[in-house]
Design a protein around this ligand. Structure first.
Ligand code: CP
Length: 336
């Protein structure tokens, strides 16, 4: 893919060389993300941040990433507080906002909506999650996290992983499967209620690419021998009623005692977040919060690096960052 000026809508746009190029730029972003260095490479540029569905980390990390590159962010959140609530079309919204911005990150509850929006946009659009379809920047930060946690040098062949939870509506696992499909000989154990299985076309694509797929409702057996377990929340906002979602919430839970009994000592624990911490759901227990293999907050930190790299490559400034950088005057090592 030629990143420059491209919309980033789906993982289907990527090949392994694109991923490697992105990860290499992400690695260079560390001193900026840690606020040891600053760069003004995107000074004067504006990110249009349109989140028509709730978000904490994707919205804030896209904004932080753009600010850290020296750009500014203008945003709207929620459909009710935007002109979409007055019947404005995605076409008109795209024409307007792309006149105000140099690049747009957009989330919307409808599958395919970001793709539709991008067709009317005059600037690159990054899909920050469209319904239950895709969340490409999440998959990229997830794979980057896998690389760092397992100390892998861009060769993800032979991974043995479990994906657990709502695999029907969870867009993060859809995009992650499409990304892992690019590698070889991966063993996927897909743990979900029978009614919330991974869409058949994604499973068929994995099998056609030569990967192994085992679908099960038995989480404890599935945890054995895994390099990593990736948990997901029941996506209650996609169900027709809260009562229907409640049937599945809390069906699969990972906690310290289950981890100790069934996982390898170093099995990496991932979750795109938010996790549902309410007692009746609680798919990833806080009693694992201090576990060294719990990677969830390293995942969220990595999100800034990946989103900085996406902006740098899409706007064509990746080679100018170092030239425009300087030390942050007030920097002290605030990380604890
Ligand atoms: N992982 C993720 O998309 O989180 P938010 O919904 O908080 O953006």
């Amino acid at each position: 893919m030629n990143f420059l000026g491209s919309h980033i809508l789906s993982i289907n746009q990527f090949d392994t060389q694109d991923v490697e190029a992105l990860f290499s730029v992400a690695d260079q972003m560390k001193p900026y993300a840690h606020r040891e260095l600053k760069t003004r490479v995107l000074e004067g540029a504006i990110l249009g941040s349109l989140f028509f569905e709730p978000s904490t980390r994707t919205r804030i990390s896209f904004g932080c990433a753009f600010n850290l590159l020296g750009g500014q962010v203008r945003e709207t959140t929620g459909i009710k507080t935007s002109a979409l609530a007055k019947g404005e079309s995605l076409y008109d919204t795209a024409r307007v906002i792309s006149g105000y911005s140099d690049i747009i990150a957009m989330r919307h509850p409808m599958d395919g909506s970001v793709d539709e929006f991008s067709k009317a946009s005059r600037v690159p659009v990054i899909n920050a999650g469209d319904g239950s379809a895709e969340h490409p920047s999440q998959a990229l930060l997830d794979l980057y996290t896998i690389k760092k946690e397992l100390n892998i040098n861009n060769d993800f062949d032979g991974l043995n992983i479990a994906l657990v939870g709502d695999l029907k509506y969870g867009r993060t696992v859809h995009s992650l499967c499409k990304l892992l499909k690019l590698y070889k000989n991966i063993s996927f154990t897909l743990v979900s209620p029978n009614e919330l299985k991974m869409p058949k076309e994604i499973v068929d694509d994995l099998l056609a690419a030569g990967h192994r797929v085992n679908e099960t409702e038995d989480m404890e057996t599935a945890l054995h021998d895994k390099h990593l377990v990736y948990l997901t929340r029941i996506q209650e906002e996609r169900f027709s009623s809260q009562e229907e979602a409640n049937i599945y919430r809390g069906r699969f839970r990972l906690n310290q005692s289950i981890y100790t009994a069934h996982c390898q000592p170093n099995t990496v624990i991932m979750h795109p977040l938010p996790r549902d911490s309410r007692a009746e759901a609680n798919e990833l227990d806080s009693d694992l919060n201090q576990h060294p293999s719990l990677a969830i907050f390293r995942q969220t930190d990595n999100g800034v690096l990946i989103r900085m790299a996406l902006f740098a490559l899409t706007l064509g400034v990746e080679k100018d960052i170092e030239r425009t950088s300087s030390k942050v005057g007030w920097y002290t090592d605030r990380r604890f």
